[in-house]
Design a binder for this molecule. Structure first.
Ligand SMILES: Cc1cc2nc3c(=O)[nH]c(=O)nc-3n(C[C@H](O)[C@H](O)[C@H](O)COP(=O)(O)O)c2cc1C
Length: 186
């Protein structure tokens, strides 16, 4: 029996997750979806207010309408139709905080979505953050009340092909020691 430590699992998931834009239409077991949503639920948030709500959209006609809310140039469009499920992430700006002009509902929403995305990857599922869409038609289609905002959505399903690696900045460009711009030696 091979025993893999949690540290390894987390490292593997974080370092190998990629945005998936081509999906199989294979269904995702309801209990697997529940596990993924359970991880999203555990995310930290401003004053623990948990300003997020998720809508799981499975009906093909609704997924097609969601896809239509994406500009045709959005490369994630096809995936919304192919994958058996799209998760729409909504958040309430009034159920989070604002500090020095920074609206933390977007941070809260980002964290919960990242939990979801990583939990999905751990289950062998693909996701792709989608934030380039027209919001109003989605609110109307899914009966989303004000003041909720549609922050993002992601297809959820089994990848049809392995996506390409996207480059990342070097650590030296993004990590400083003690003050801005000072190189950190590792
Ligand atoms: C806030 C946010 C919005 C995004 N919106 C879109 C989108 O509308 N369409 C799309 O194809 N990808 C979208 N992406 C995915 C990014 O393009 C992708 O994460 C990035 O290129 C890095 O690739 P990787 O996720 O495969 O590592 C978005 C990602 C984030 C975090």
């Amino acid at each position: 029996m091979v025993i893999i430590s949690w540290e390894k699992v987390i490292e593997e998931v974080v370092n190998t997750r990629k945005s998936v834009r081509k999906y199989l239409n294979d269904p995702v077991d309801n209990q697997v979806v529940k596990k993924v949503m359970e991880s999203a639920r555990q995310a930290p948030s401003w004053k623990n207010l948990q300003c997020w709500r998720y809508i799981l959209v499975e009906k093909e006609e609704n997924r097609e309408k969601l896809a239509e809310s994406l500009p045709s140039a959005n490369p994630a469009r096809g995936g919304i139709v192919q994958a058996p499920l799209t998760v729409v992430l909504c958040a309430n700006p009034e159920e989070s905080g604002v500090s020095q002009g920074k609206e933390y509902y977007l941070v809260d929403a980002g964290i919960t979505m990242d939990h979801l995305v990583l939990a999905a990857a751990a289950q062998g599922l693909g996701t792709c953050w989608v934030a380039w869409f027209k919001e109003d038609p989605i609110k109307e289609l899914l009966n989303i009340p004000d003041p909720y905002r549609v922050v993002a959505m992601t297809p959820l399903g089994y990848p049809a092909k392995e996506p390409k690696d996207q480059p990342r900045k070097e650590l030296s460009e993004i990590v400083f020691a003690e003050e801005w711009g000072k190189t950190k030696e590792f």
